[in-house]
Design a protein around this ligand. Structure first.
Ligand code: ATR
Length: 277
């Protein structure tokens, strides 16, 4: 009887990719769970993501994470999409099924919801939620948030038409409202920042009236120090402010679960990343 001693191969694909924390996170997951696997980082040529993916799976690779700027292309090349991924319009997790087809999943929204509800013990049900931004990152997380049955989700965006398109796309799945930033001045229970403004250290023009001492804020970005958005919320007396490092670890854990059918304790990994930053 021949024994297959080869180690299952996984990787994250992006361009650029050197900054990715995924190899470190999945490496730790493998150690914690005792799963035998290798996880590397692949920089795909900007014009040949598809070739990179097909050659990875063609060589026996088991699963890929996909990051900027390829999540939409991963969605397009998937032979099969989960409902979640289909609505997200983007895929961050690929695997090959028994027929050799490439299947796409999106674990970003589940990661965000698990971080909020499990790690931070924040209930989303019946809450008035404000989401800032209406780009790919927000579209990617909307369905899992709606599945928590919030009272309502208001999507505010600089380009209001994009918020309106998202509301239309998710029609029938919950109470959704589209608006611009200047239309807002009442406090919300939870405010999630999904704009890329904080990447440039910017803050959308927001009324101070959005935050009171019951408001919880969540920035999908993370920074070693507080993000600009969370500093703004804190200055207005927000009850709690969280960044997206937990979301990053939880979306990874969800991918790991899809590939290995093993749930990992994310807390030690999160603590390691916080200590490292
Ligand atoms: P991502 O994949 O990160 O969501 P994206 O699809 O380009 O990237 O979307 C970026 C989001 O951040 C959009 O909602 C964008 O607003 P517009 O749709 O009006 O462009 C928002 N955004 C980026 N920079 C911003 C800024 N300085 N102020 C407010 N919103 C900003």
């Amino acid at each position: 009887m021949s024994v297959n001693t080869e180690v299952d191969q996984y990787a994250v694909v992006g361009n650029p990719i050197h900054h990715s924390k995924s190899p470190k996170i999945h490496g730790e997951f493998a150690v914690l769970t005792g799963e035998k696997l290798e996880y590397s980082a692949i920089q795909a040529p900007i014009d040949d993501f598809s070739g990179t993916v097909h050659s990875f799976f063609g060589n026996g690779g088991k699963g890929l994470n996909v990051t900027v700027p390829f999540k939409e292309q991963a969605w397009s090349l998937s032979n099969e999409l989960s409902d979640r991924a289909r609505l997200a319009g983007a895929v961050n997790t690929l695997y090959s099924n028994e027929k050799g087809e490439i299947c796409g999943e999106n674990t970003d929204g589940v990661g965000l919801v698990r971080d909020l509800t499990i790690n931070h013990k924040i209930t989303l049900a019946d809450k008035r939620i404000l989401i800032l931004g209406a780009g790919g990152a927000v579209r990617g997380v909307l369905l899992p948030i709606l599945e928590q049955n919030p009272h309502s989700i208001t999507i505010a965006n600089r380009t209001v038409a994009k918020a309106e398109q998202l509301v239309e796309l998710f029609t029938g799945r919950g109470e959704l409202i589209a608006c611009g930033f200047s239309d807002l001045d009442e406090p919300f229970d939870i405010i999630i920042n999904g704009t890329s403004a904080s990447l440039q250290g910017d803050l959308p023009p927001l009324s101070d009236g959005l935050v009171n001492d019951n408001t919880v804020t969540y920035d999908m970005m993370y920074a070693p120090d507080k993000t600009v958005f969370n500093r703004w919320a804190e200055s207005l007396g927000a009850a709690q402010t969280f960044d997206g490092l937990g979301m990053l670890v939880e979306q990874a854990a969800e991918s790991f679960y899809i590939w290995r059918k093993v749930r990992v304790d994310t807390q030690p990994v999160l603590a390691m990343l916080r200590a490292f930053d």
